[in-house]
Structures are given as C-alpha cells and as structure tokens.
Design a protein around this ligand. Sequence first.
Ligand SMILES: Nc1ncnc2c1ncn2[C@@H]1O[C@H](COP(=O)(O)OP(=O)(O)OP(=O)(O)O)[C@@H](O)[C@H]1O
Ligand SMILES: [Mg+2]
Length: 328
Amino acid sequence: MTKTDTSSRSGAARAAADTTTLEELERRATAHRDRPSYGHDALIACDRLVRIFTTDGVEVQALQGLDLLVKEGELMALVGASGSGKSTLMNILAGLDVPTAGAARVAGCDLLAMDGKARLRYRREVVGFVWQQTARNLLPYLTAAQNVALPMQLKGRAKRKAERAEELLAMLGIADARDRRPHQLSGGQQQRVAIAVALANNPSVLLADEPTGELDSATGEQVFAAFRRANEELGTTIVIVTHDQAVASEVRRTVAIRDGRTSSEVLRRTEVDEQGMESLVAREYAMLDRAGRLQLPAEYTQSLGMEHRVALELEQDHIGVWPDDAER
Ligand SMILES: Nc1ncnc2c1ncn2[C@@H]1O[C@H](COP(=O)(O)OP(=O)(O)OP(=O)(O)O)[C@@H](O)[C@H]1O
Ligand SMILES: [Mg+2]
C-alpha cells in the first residue's frame, strides 16, 4: 500500500514536473525565436568558421572556429602572424574558397550554400578584391581606363562605363593614368587602379590582401588613402589584411587573428578634451566567443604565473580573474 502511495505520488510529481518542463521548453523556444540571430545586423558575419586543408594526408586547420562581425560602412584591418589564416579567410569572403564548416554570410549571401551561378554573380557584383601582387590585379594589355571598364562590361552595364571609369580614377587621384598600361605605371598607381577596378560594379564589400605589401611606406600611404577615400565617398565596407603598422594604426578597428581565430581587437576613437583638443584613443579588447571562451594575453598570464587554472569572481561591473590558489 505504502508502495503504491509512493509510486502514485511520484507519478503525480513527475506529471507536475513534466508540465513545467514543457512550459519551460516552450518559453525557451519562444525566447530563442524572438532573439535576433548571431550577426543579424552585420554585413559580414562569420560564425565558427573552419577551414581544413588536406595535403598528402596531412591536415592543416587554417581556420579553427573563427568568429567575425563587420558592420556596413566599416573600414577595418586584419593583422596576424604569417600562417595565422588571414588569406584563407579572405579567399572565403571573396567567394574563391569554401569553408569546411561553420557559417559565413556577406550582404545576405550564404557563402556555404551558393551554387556556381550564384558564386559567379557574388564575385562580380557583391565583392571586389585587391591582391598584394600588383600584376595579378590588372590585365597588362589594357589601359587603366579599360581595366576599370572591363568588370562593368562583364556585368552587362555597358552604358556609362567609360564615364564611371573616369570618375573612379579621378576619385582615387589617378585620372592622368587613364590611357596608360600597367607597365607604364608605378606600383602604387597600379594598386590604385586595382582599387578602381574592384569598385567598378559598386560592390558592398572591398577585400584587400596586403595591398601595400610590395610598396615602400610613402607609396603605401597613398594607396591606403585611396581605400579611405572609397570608404568615405562611396560608403563601401572595406577589410584590409596588412602587416603594415601604419595602415593598422590608421583604421578605427584592427582585428588580430591567431591560430585561425580572432583573438583580440583594437578600437580607436577620437576624444575631445576640455580645451577642445582632439586626440585618438586606442583600446585593446579580447574576443569573447559564443561559448564564453576568452583568450588572456600571454604577458598578463605569465606575469601573474597563471597556468592551467584561474579563479573567477563576478563583481558588480567586472569579472575578476585570480591565480590558482587551491594548493597553497
Ligand atoms: N591551399 C592550401 N593548401 C594547404 N594548406 C594551405 C593552403 N592555403 C593555406 N594553407 C595553410 O593554412 C595556414 C594558413 O595560411 P594563410 O595563407 O591563410 O596564412 P596567412 O595568415 O595569410 O599568412 P601570411 O601572412 O604569410 O600571408 C598555413 O598553415 C598554410 O600553410
Ligand atoms: Mg596571406
């Protein structure tokens, strides 16, 4: 009898528990549905992006769950040691390579789901690309103006193309290079023509992989000024991979990639003091991934002897991270 009682009681308790669970589940599902998805307002959204290359049975994990959000209208730099995955990311964003896993969306295009035709349209109309090797950006037997007009012709936008080519070249300060072929131009001029080519079809995003890598610093600065101009005048969102410290420190946002993941970023903003003097203030931030993981800078952890374990404390407006004191 007692036994039955217990079981019926536990049955009722289970039923009650089940109802709450159901309600709770429903509540959670609705909350989840109403919550905006990751990067919903970003022009570029990379979510846990993975790219594995296999060569002769050896795997290289070039991207290991990279997260990156870029808003429309941003001009930002990507930095990182050689082999950290910068070009791999750029090739994926350019629609030239497909990630192994994760999600990537640019201007509403799902980079993992595009078929051949959509990919071609994406490369022609949604993104523009500037490579490091000046020779790779331009056709040697066409003049600067013809190089700029070519993408418009391919898109079938033949009308006004000569006019637009001239406008773009003038905007980037190389109007006088119009009738010259690439070999008659300096490296810096060639890169500025390349920017005009990349902008020809008015893309949403302009990607550049070390565009000033082969130039001296003064010429590099002129090329960077052309990117800035495009960003300001046309509102094009621009992502530049660079080793050039001058470029990295002139943009408002510099994201660092380490071992195939975004690890930290520096944001710069203009502050005006009481005397009305403007100054640029830079602050470094660490990236917090969607699982809550955070990479602490090695110089911080080393100076406090933090190794395998740290103690965390939630304070009102910050989280304290303390060296492991369990075995002391
Ligand atoms: N097509 C490929 N096949 C095999 N491995 C590749 C390929 N492309 C890149 N990798 C490897 O992926 C890793 C990341 O390379 P990636 O070119 O993206 O680096 P990066 O940050 O652009 O470096 P760098 O500053 O030298 O240009 C490296 O270990 C590289 O050897
Ligand atoms: Mg590279």
